[in-house]
Design a binder for this molecule. Structure first.
Ligand SMILES: C[S@@+](CC[C@H](N)C(=O)[O-])C[C@H]1O[C@@H](n2cnc3c(N)ncnc32)[C@H](O)[C@@H]1O
Length: 243
């Protein structure tokens, strides 16, 4: 297991069932079963090839008696699970290694199972801001978040739980997770500096395009001002961290 998968595993609470949506190699459920973090696992894959690979890995570890493998689409495929029919009281859902838009599609289409989960662990590979916004709008609380760096890439791992209470979301909350600031994640300073450098490039590009192109100027200026204010808020967080 690499650093990203280890960080995900560390955020999974002890539970009866782990449901790994888009399991691919099944490394995560194998680790969680071998370390007694869960008693049983349901692995879901939309493609036959990865599901077979997952099942081979599970069999090599002799774990097939505590794993249910389902060929299906997203969380909603858990309807086919016999394990969850037995006892739908203590399960954690993992959706990792997928784009943010796909993650929120999977959550939206499997809302009933998502709402009842003990915890949902999400690890989006892109469009993090879309995931933060969707969670806040749909009454899912972020109970924990961790950063992990593998090579020169940052990954965010979120532990969420449904409360049904919609939260207001300020623009900065979509750029830097509140939990990361609250708990002063060890990688936060480095992460914010990287985010600022990305924002700076976008801001420079926008300024140039406003200078060269008279069309939609107000719209672009609004975006520019919004990005500059987010960048300033990030600088304020950096100052807070250095105190
Ligand atoms: C990049 S892999 C990530 C594997 C593993 N979760 C990880 O984090 O290392 C994404 C996997 O999700 C599967 N997948 C994509 N959409 C899915 C869906 N709607 N339902 C189930 N599996 C899906 C893909 O077939 C692929 O095997």
């Amino acid at each position: 297991m690499d650093q990203r998968l280890m960080t995900i595993a560390e955020m999974v609470p002890e539970c009866k069932f782990v449901c790994d949506i888009g399991t691919d190699h099944a490394y995560l459920p194998i680790y969680l079963l071998e370390n007694n973090i869960c008693q049983k696992a349901v692995v879901v894959e939309v493609k036959e090839g990865p599901l077979k690979a997952a099942y081979n890995n599970i069999s090599k570890k002799n774990l097939q008696d505590c794993v249910e493998a389902i060929l299906g689409d997203g969380i909603k495929a858990l309807e086919k699970s016999l394990y969850l029919k037995e006892g739908k009281d203590d399960y954690t859902i993992i959706i990792a290694g997928m784009g943010g838009n796909l993650i929120i599609k999977i959550l939206s289409e499997g809302l009933d199972f998502a709402k009842e989960a003990k915890t949902i662990i999400l690890q989006p590979m892109s469009k993090l801001e879309v995931v933060y916004e969707w969670l806040a709008k749909h009454g899912f609380d972020i109970i924990d978040e961790s950063l992990v760096k593998d090579g020169n890439k940052f990954y965010n791992v979120l532990a969420v739980k449904w409360s049904g209470i919609e939260k207001p979301c300020k623009p900065i909350d979509l750029y830097v997770g509140k939990k990361l600031v609250e708990k002063r994640d060890p990688l936060l300073g480095e992460y914010i500096n990287w985010k600022i450098s990305v924002l700076n490039k976008i801001i420079i590009g926008l300024k140039k395009s406003i200078d060269c192109n008279g069309q939609k100027i107000n719209e672009k200026e609004d975006t520019l001002n919004k990005l500059i204010s987010i960048k300033n808020e990030m600088v304020d967080i950096l100052k807070l961290l250095s105190k």
